[in-house]
Structure formats: structure tokens, C-alpha cells
Design a protein around this ligand. Structure first.
Ligand SMILES: O=C[C@H](O)[C@H](O)COP(=O)(O)O
Ligand SMILES: C=C(OP(=O)(O)O)C(=O)O
Length: 369
């Protein structure tokens, strides 16, 4: 099959290709130019009003993560965005709830465009927006940016996982909170990246359940770093960062089972204290904490709410995987159920409403302790 990348590569083939000995690129089929971050930002600018929301929500998240604000950060939304219209529809349903619970919760919409895979699989809207292995990344980048601007226009701040080391230049100006996932939390490349990102960043524990790697990730991201990257014109660049002071860990369970219960929190806060980091963390109600079962996820979120209501103030954030329709379906170009995840199973919207209400009530009770 001729992919978009092949067509793009032949259009942009350079006449000045260096002489390559047969030691190079033995497994590379083609390379194609991408638009530069500057081109995309010029085409789809953030604008002053959206920038104000990004700045104020980053500040809210910072103060929640540090403990100066006693609200709960709630990152909720689909496991992945595959249909921009459905993502914006979700945003329009979530925005009134975010406003309703704003005294107790700081609601950030999970808008994930890059999916880390255990082995292989669909890698998200940016990588393959048509879900047909044509990999139209320029279109994926445009769509992703349009979705980000649309979610901000609905009045919601955005949370993303950052995966490709050079993709943040295209989207990060519109993002208020970021995650480094379980599969990359030990990666130096991702820790360096986090050290230069402008928003608070959560490091997940590893897929085997190891929490120390997430703590090490925070410490590496807190430090100044110098590393290979790219500039706004897409040129290879040496990037030098100041370090990101706003990091935290995310407990997502692991191969040994869930890690959101009181004893797990005690272990995690013990390790954080030992590392001289604030004993504040986010708990992910999905992934290995729910066995990727969306029905179980609502129960886990309820248990987390009970811990918060009981006065557990180490929990500063909760992550939920939620969409319009519950469950999941296989990704692909064929007819799909509208508003249902094509990666991990998500709670439906009605269930999410109940969970948000329960979390808000829990924060009120925690305040009375
Ligand atoms: O959150 C999504 C998935 O859990 C993650 O991307 C891994 O998915 P996979 O194990 O299906 O590849
Ligand atoms: C991939 C994700 O989670 P984890 O890194 O915890 O598997 C995710 O949150 O989409």
C-alpha cells in the first residue's frame, strides 16, 4: 500500500542527500518532511483568551499539587481522542459539571493524542488520524490542535500525555497539565522533555508497579537538563532547560495489582519523603488500578472518594477514563460507535457525573476534618 508518508517523501525528496554508505538506514523505508511547529501555530494560533485560560489553570493546578489549594485536580476524558467531533461533544457535556463543582474540583479534560503501546497498535490521532495505517501526521497534528483550541473554547483546560519527544512544540502552548506514561517514566528522554515543559507534569509508576522510578522521574525533571530536541522551525536543536518545579507522581497500579489503597499511599508517601519531595500525589482510577474494567473503575473512584472524605490529604488528584458511551471498541476506519473509546474501556458520561459529584462531596467532607 502507498501511504501518505511515501507520497509526501517523494514530493520532498532532497537532491542534496549526503552520500550514504550501506551502513545507514537499513530499515528505514522513507522519510518525509512535516510542517514546522511555527507553521502550525501560525495557522491555528492559541490567541489571548485561550492563553489566559491555559495560564490561570496551570496556576490552579500548581497550587493544588503543592497543597496550597485544597481542591482536587480531576483529569477526566477518553483514553484517546479518535473522533474530534465526539471529543468536543464530551467537552460540551463536561464544561457545565466543571463549573458546578469548581469550589471543590479543578476539572481538566483528558485529551490524549499519543498512545504508548505495550507492543503494537494504533498510536493515536496524531500518528494515524484516519485509523487506516496511512499515517497522515500533518493532518493528525492539525486535527489535534483544532481539538485543543475547541476544548479551551468550551472553557476547559486540557491534559495530555507527552510521548514523541518533538511533538510538544506543536501543541504544548495549549496544554495545562501533562503526563509521562508508565511505559516511558524511566526514560531519560521523557524526563528531559518534562524538565522543559511549561505545565505541571505527573509521572506514572511503571507497569510493573515500581513507584521509585516515578519519583526519580520527578527529580530528573526538576533539574536543569541539556539535550537534543528541535526548535520552532523544526531544526535539530540543543535544548537547555531550567527544570520543571511542578511535578508529582501518579499511582496507576501495576502487574502485581492495584496500588490506590491506604497501605500503598503510605508506601508512596514514605518514598516521596525519603526523596525530599512533597507527599502529594494523583491516583489513577483506571489502568491497573481497575484492571482496565470501566465498571470496576467507577468502584475504584468511589473508594478513592471515601479515602478523601476520611481526611486523606495526600491525594491531590484523580484520573478518570471517561467518554460518552461506556466500554471500548476496536480502532479502525470502519463504522464505529459514536463516543466510545477505541483504546482502553471508559466509563460512560452518566457514571462520570456521579463520580464527579461523589469526589466533590468528598472534598467538602475532607474540609470538615
Ligand atoms: O491507556 C492506554 C493503554 O493502556 C496503553 O496505551 C497500552 O495499551 P496496550 O497495552 O493495549 O498497547
Ligand atoms: C497509557 C496510559 O496510562 P499508563 O501509562 O498508566 O498505562 C494512559 O493514561 O493513557
Amino acid at each position: 500500500m502507498t501511504t501518505h508518508i511515501d507520497e509526501h517523501a517523494s514530493k520532498h525528496a532532497s537532491s542534496a542527500t549526503p552520500t550514504l554508505h550501506p551502513t545507514s538506514n537499513l530499515h528505514v523505508r522513507s522519510m518525509a518532511a512535516l510542517p514546522s511547529p511555527r507553521q502550525l501555530l501560525d495557522e491555528l494560533p492559541l490567541g489571548d483568551t485561550r492563553a489566559e485560560l491555559v495560564e490561570s489553570s496551570r496556576m490552579d493546578i500548581r497550587t493544588i499539587v503543592s497543597g496550597a489549594d485544597d481542591r482536587l485536580l480531576v483529569v477526566t476524558g477518553p483514553c484517546s481522542v479518535h473522533d474530534p467531533a465526539a471529543a468536543l461533544d464530551y467537552a460540551s457535556k463536561l464544561a457545565p459539571l466543571a463549573a458546578q463543582f469548581e469550589q471543590e474540583l479543578c476539572v481538566v479534560m483528558r485529551v490524549y493524542f499519543e498512545k504508548p503501546r505495550t507492543t503494537v497498535g494504533w498510536k493515536g490521532l496524531i500518528n494515524d488520524p484516519d485509523m487506516d495505517e496511512t499515517y497522515d501526521v500533518p493532518r493528525g497534528l492539525r486535527l489535534a490542535r483544532e481539538v485543543l483550541l475547541g476544548v479551551l473554547d468550551a472553557g476547559l483546560p486540557v491534559g495530555c500525555e507527552f510521548l514523541e519527544p518533538t511533538s510538544p512544540q506543536f501543541i504544548a502552548d495549549a496544554v495545562s497539565w501533562g503526563a509521562i506514561g508508565a511505559r516511558t517514566t524511566e526514560s531519560q528522554v521523557h524526563r528531559q522533555l518534562a524538565s522543559g515543559l511549561s505545565m505541571p507534569i505527573g509521572f506514572k509508576n511503571a507497569t510493573d508497579g515500581d513507584i521509585q522510578v516515578a519519583i526519580d522521574g520527578c527529580r530528573a525533571a526538576n533539574a536543569a537538563q541539556v539535550f537534543f530536541g528541535s526548535d520552532f522551525d523544526g531544526r535539530a536543536a540543543l535544548v537547555s532547560t531550567t527544570g520543571n518545579p511542578d511535578t508529582h507522581i501518579i499511582l496507576r497500579g501495576g502487574r502485581g495489582g492495584p496500588n490506590y489503597q491506604a497501605t500503598n499511599l503510605e508506601t508512596a508517601t514514605g518514598l516521596l519523603s525519603k526523596a525530599q519531595l512533597p507527599t502529594r500525589l494523583m491516583v489513577d482510577a483506571s489502568h491497573a488500578n481497575s484492571g482496565k474494567d470501566h465498571v470496576r473503575q467507577a468502584g475504584v473512584a468511589g473508594e478513592i472518594a471515601d479515602m478523601i472524605a476520611g481526611g486523606t490529604d495526600e491525594i491531590s488528584g484523580v484520573m478518570l477514563e471517561s467518554f460518552i458511551v461506556g466500554g471500548r471498541q476496536e480502532p479502525g476506519p470502519g463504522p464505529l460507535v459514536y463516543g466510545q473509546s477505541v483504546t482502553d474501556a471508559c466509563m460512560d458520561f452518566e457514571t462520570t457525573e456521579g463520580v464527579l459529584e461523589r469526589l466533590a462531596n468528598a472534598v467538602q467532607k475532607r474540609r470538615q476534618q
